[in-house]
Ligand binder design. Structure first.
Ligand code: DX5
Ligand code: ZN
Length: 215
């Protein structure tokens, strides 16, 4: 069964507690927290006060996706707020190995995110240090975009790299996940699915989460 991580970016920010309680009671595994700085991606989402408020109510681990330049500046802050897993973009890190070590030293699981145009082969010499790899299946910055089908090939290649190296690195996918793309992703070898608009635009979000969980 895949790990399901509803993306809070698509929640109702005026009624966040309600949506957090829904996720708490649902079959979801993690809260996916999208942090955007308006520089690495064109959009700005939310920052520390909002994440602290989410953490107060969340009864499941926070999967924090940093879409920001120089993410190393905020690792300790996110760890102190209580992040379980912190993912940083390969494209945003000059010293990726050091940043992953910094995340682990702060007591969190460490993951690397790849944009759609970044090949999985770039992870050859860093995969050993990744608890998770997050493959973007849309260009980061916005919810509700269309799934990029080439992601399926990337998942298969990455799954092969991980098994050839005998690792247990998780593969997470983010963007345009619904029942159809989710099924194809799980078949290709994905372990974890992020879903934003597909979950929160439904009148029965907990049911959507249960359906994704059954994939
Ligand atoms: C996009 C974010 C995603 C986003 C996914 O930059 O990283 O987590 O919330 O949204 P959907 O599931 O609507 O594509
Ligand atoms: Zn995300």
């Amino acid at each position: 069964m895949p790990i399901i991580a509803p993306s809070i970016l698509a929640a109702d920010f005026a009624n966040l507690q309600n949506d957090i309680e829904m996720v708490n009671k649902s079959q979801a595994d993690w809260f996916h927290i999208d942090v955007m700085d308006g520089v690495f991606v064109p959009n700005i989402s939310f920052g520390m006060p909002v994440i602290e408020s989410i953490k107060k109510h969340a009864q499941k681990p926070l999967d924090v996706h940093l879409m920001i330049v120089q993410p190393e500046r905020y690792i300790e802050t996110m760890a102190n707020i209580g992040a379980h897993l912190i993912t940083v973009h390969q494209e945003a890190c000059t010293h990726l190995h050091r940043t992953l070590a910094q995340i682990k030293e702060a007591g969190c699981k460490a993951g690397v995110v790849l944009n759609p145009a970044t090949p999985v082969s770039i992870l050859e010499d860093i995969l050993l240090d990744c608890d998770m790899v997050l493959l973007m299946s849309v260009n980061p910055g916005y919810g509700g975009q269309k799934f990029i089908p080439q992601t399926l090939n990337k998942v298969k290649k990455l799954r092969q790299m991980i098994s050839e190296k005998g690792l247990n690195t998780l593969i997470e996918i983010d963007g345009g996940v619904n029942m159809e793309t989710g099924k194809a992703l799980v078949e290709a070898g994905a372990d974890a699915l992020v879903a934003g608009s597909f979950v929160f635009s439904s009148p029965e979000p907990a049911e959507v989460i249960a359906n994704l969980k059954s994939l």
